[in-house]
Design a protein around this ligand. Sequence first.
Ligand code: ADP
Length: 169
Amino acid sequence: WRLGAADAPGHRNKSDAPCVKERTLIAVKPDGVQRRLVGQIIHRFERRGFKLVGLKLLQVSKDLLSQHYCQLTKKPFYPDLVDYMTSGPVVAMVWEGPNIVQTSRMMVGHTNPSEAQTGTIRADFCFHVSRNVVHASDSTEGAQREIRLWFDGQDLLSWDCIDKSVTSE
Ligand code: ADP
């Protein structure tokens, strides 16, 4: 799902290049839920002005994980990753906004929290790559695939903002 520039004439960034409105999958992993970090993570996306269009708490299945992490199933850490991701509930969300895929990756930070920049979620909330609190899609194509995998289309809501001057719309 991508809204092209021609469909969004009012959305311009500083260089006057068109902004592309996108959706991405953000998931608070089991350690984030256990540590009561859900609200703080949602808050970061809200205060940036992004729009929440889907949200659910779920126990992830091994089947969903093998599809979600299809490029990692041969990695030596994959069995531990499955144990980690199935150790408790996950909060899966779809967020929407201009260039949100790239921006949310910057907000989340490096995969390894010890290499993440201060101020990113992973730098601020964790220290080990195997417990890195949050997932964010890493490309627009990946986001579309992951959103389809985690959500039924009918569970995503398009809604209008009453005061667009204070948001990213
Ligand atoms: P990202 O989540 O930043 O997109 P990857 O797709 O490479 O990173 O990896 C998916 C997840 O697998 C990571 O977020 C992390 O939970 C886990 N992971 C990645 N590399 C390692 C590793 N070397 N050891 C343990 N877990 C890892």
